[in-house]
Design a protein around this ligand. Structure first.
Ligand code: UDP
Length: 384
C-alpha cells in the first residue's frame, strides 16, 4: 500500500491509497484477502473520519462489482481495469509489492510524496519457509521501493530491523506504526451464548482464524491437538479459507484422518468479520501456529474478545502477545510445546479468565484511530 498526497502542511489532505493486488472490500480470509485488506480499509475510514479525502485504488476483481464503492464519509474504493478479474493466483500471490511499483510512477507524475507499507517482504517470507522460493523480481522491486520512497511505514521494530538487515539501510526513513483492532466490534461475549448462537457443542474449544496456507502452520496445530489428553471432549474450529477444492485443505484433511482426529476438527470456511466475535468468544483458547507473521491481526482480535492466545514466537506476534500474561509465545514448528500450552489453558479456567482480561486490556490500548493519527503525522512530515 502506498500513499501520495497533494496539499499543504496542516491542511486536510487528499490521499491516494494504492492497494493493487487484492480488494479492501473483498471477502476476507480467502487466498488473497486478509490482514492487509483490513488494514487498508480501516486506515481509509479513520483518515476520512479525521477530515481527509481518501481514494483507495485497486484492481477490478469481480466483473459485477461497482467501479466506485463508498466505505465511509470521505472515503471510497475505486476499481480500475488492470488485468483480467480472474487472473491466476500465482500471478497475484507474490505481487504485494506491485502497489509500490505503481506508486513510484505516480509519485513522479504527480510530484507527490510516496509512503510505502509492505505488509510482507519477499526475503523475510523466504527465510521463514525454507525451500519455498519468492520471486527475485519481487525482491528487486522491493529494493527499488525502499530506495525511492519518501518513507517506509512498518508495523513493528522487527520488520524495521529486517529491512535494514535483509535489504540494507539506505537512509530512507523507516517509521514504526503498529496496526490497531476495532475493540467495539471485537468485544467479549458470554461463552455459552456465543456457542448457542453458532450452534457449537459445549466442549473444550480451540480456534484458529485465518487464511489456509502452508505458512500458517496448521499441520503443527493438528499434530498438537492429537497430543492432547481429552480429545473426545475437545473441538478444534478452523475458520477461514475456501472449502472448495484446495491442495492445502486436502493435505490438512488427510493429516487429520491419519492422526485419528478428523471427528473433532471442523473446517468452517471464511466468515464475515462481524461473525468473528462470536467465534472468538465461543472458544477457550485461540491458536496461531504460523511459520511467520508480519503482525497477526487475528491474535489481537481474539485478545480483544478476551480470549487467551497460544501463538508462534515469530515476527509481529512477539510485539503484542505477552508470554504468560495474555497468552503463550511458543517455539514454532514444534507440536509438543503447543500441546503443552493448550493443555495448561484448557485445564485451568481461572488462568484463562485472568489471561483473557489482560488480553482485552492490551487490545484496548491499540486502536485504529491512534494508528491513523500517526500515519497522518507521517504524511504531513513528508510534505515538508
Ligand atoms: N478474517 C475474516 N474472516 C475470515 C478469516 C479472516 O474476516 O473468515 C479477517 C480477520 O478478522 C483478520 C484478517 O482477515 O482481520 C486476517 O489478518 P491477519 O493479519 O491475521 O492475517 P493475514 O491474512 O494478513 O496473513
Amino acid at each position: 500500500m502506498s500513499t501520495s498526497a497533494s496539499s499543504t502542511k496542516r491542511t486536510k489532505l487528499r490521499l491516494a491509497l494504492i492497494c493493487f493486488h487484492s480488494c479492501p472490500v473483498g471477502r476476507l480470509g480467502e487466498k488473497n484477502t486478509g490482514g492487509m485488506n483490513v488494514y487498508v480499509r480501516q486506515l481509509a475510514r479513520e483518515l476520512a473520519a479525521q477530515g481527509n479525502q481518501v481514494d483507495v485504488f485497486t484492481r477490478t476483481h469481480e466483473l459485477d462489482e461497482p467501479q466506485i464503492v463508498p466505505i465511509a464519509d470521505g472515503a471510497r474504493v475505486i476499481h480500475l481495469d488492470a488485468g483480467p478479474p480472474d487472473a491466476p493466483k500465482e500471478d497475484l500471490d507474490s505481487h504485494y509489492w506491485l502497489s509500490g511499483v505503481v506508486a513510484i510512477e505516480l509519485s513522479r507524475r504527480w510530484n507527490a510524496p510516496h509512503i510505502a507499507t509492505f505488509h510482507t517482504l519477499a526475503r523475510t517470507k523466504q527465510r521463514a519457509r525454507a525451500g519455498e522460493r519468492e520471486s527475485e523480481r519481487r525482491a528487486h522491486a522491493e529494493h527499488q521501493i525502499i530506495d525511492t520512497a519518501d518513507s517506509i511505514v512498518v508495523s513493528t521494530h522487527i520488520e524495521k530491523d529486517d529491512i535494514a538487515r535483509l535489504y540494507g539501510a539506505n537512509g530512507t526513513p523507516l517509521e514504526v506504526i503498529p496496526p490497531g483492532v476495532d475493540t467495539a466490534l471485537f468485544q467479549p461475549m458470554n461463552t455459552a451464548d456465543a456457542r448457542r448462537e453458532l450452534d457449537l457443542p459445549d466442549k473444550r474449544t480451540i480456534l484458529y482464524v485465518g487464511r489456509i496456507e502452508p505458512l500458517k502452520g496448521l499441520d503443527i496445530l493438528l499434530k498438537a491437538v492429537a497430543l492432547l489428553n481429552d480429545t473426545a471432549n475437545t473441538h478444534l474450529l478452523i475458520v477461514g479459507g475456501s472449502l472448495e477444492k484446495d491442495a492445502e485443505l486436502e493435505r490438512l484433511n488427510t493429516l487429520a484422518v491419519n492422526l485419528g482426529i478428523s471427528d473433532i476438527v471442523t473446517f468452517i470456511g471464511s466468515v464475515k468479520q462481524e461473525q468473528l466475535p462470536a467465534y472468538y468468544s465461543a472458544s477457550d483458547v485461540f491458536v496461531l501456529p504460523s511459520w511467520y507473521e508480519s503482525f497477526g491481526l487475528v491474535a489481537l482480535e481474539a485478545m480483544s474478545c478476551g480470549t487467551p492466545v497460544v501463538v508462534s514466537r515469530v515476527g509481529g506476534l512477539k510485539t503484542f502477545v505477552e508470554n504468560g500474561k495474555t497468552g503463550y509465545l511458543v517455539p514454532w514448528r514444534c507440536p509438543e510445546p503447543f500441546a503443552q500450552s493448550l493443555e495448561t489453558l484448557l485445564e485451568n479456567p481461572s488462568l484463562r479468565r485472568a489471561m483473557g482480561s489482560a488480553a482485552r486490556r492490551k487490545a484496548m490500548a491499540m486502536s485504529w484511530t491512534a494508528m491513523a493519527t500517526k500515519m497522518l503525522a507521517c504524511y504531513h512530515k513528508n510534505m515538508g
